[in-house]
Design a protein around this ligand. Structure first.
Ligand SMILES: Cc1nc2c(=O)[nH]c(=O)nc-2n(C[C@H](O)[C@H](O)[C@H](O)CO)c1C
Length: 153
């Protein structure tokens, strides 16, 4: 089992480091890392991690900025990531933290780290323990900020 980590230099926290550290706490798997400049470079990096470096599942880690053009970039990158999943028939867990989700630098740093770590656990479960995700179905899980929890009548 090999997990791919694609990350960017644009992000303001080393999301790749956080993902690798968290994966190693939960599983003994091979890890391949591929760092690119920005989120629009992630789709091909993920596809190469799958096709050329033998990854079974990949995490795509990125931080869209707060400007309109950054949001457009994020939408385009997302579409590329979905296309890469369909082309390769492999999951690519998109971990995007929009810079304007956080109220200040301190919260942004926390959110980038926390969301990456929580999705790293999701990637391990998806790859190795899919029943764990099934058990959590419909429970309103969120990554980073608090879980929404289940809705009740
Ligand atoms: C406008 C812009 N915004 C972002 C962003 O919010 N987050 C990010 O990671 N990268 C951004 N980029 C860079 C592109 O994703 C890409 O790296 C370059 O266009 C080079 O292919 C660009 C060009």
């Amino acid at each position: 089992m090999k997990i791919g980590i694609a990350d960017t230099t644009f992000a303001r926290v080393d999301m790749g480091r956080a993902a690798i550290d968290e994966i190693r706490r939960h599983a003994s798997v091979g890890i391949e890392r591929y760092t690119v400049p920005g989120i629009k470079d992630l789709p091909v990096a993920c596809k190469k991690l799958i096709e050329e470096r033998g990854c079974d599942i990949v995490m795509a880690l990125g931080m869209p900025g707060g400007a309109e053009k950054d949001k457009m970039c994020a939408h385009e990158a997302s579409q590329g990531l979905i296309m890469a999943q369909l082309m390769t028939n492999r999951h690519i867990i998109e971990v995007f933290v929009h810079a304007d989700e956080a109220k200040d630098d301190r919260e942004l740093a926390w959110l980038l780290e926390q969301r990456t770590r929580e999705h790293a656990v999701n990637a391990v479960k998806l790859a190795l323990y899919p029943r764990e995700l099934e058990k959590a179905a419909g429970t309103g899980q969120r990554q980073g900020f608090p879980d929404a929890g289940p809705a009740r009548l």
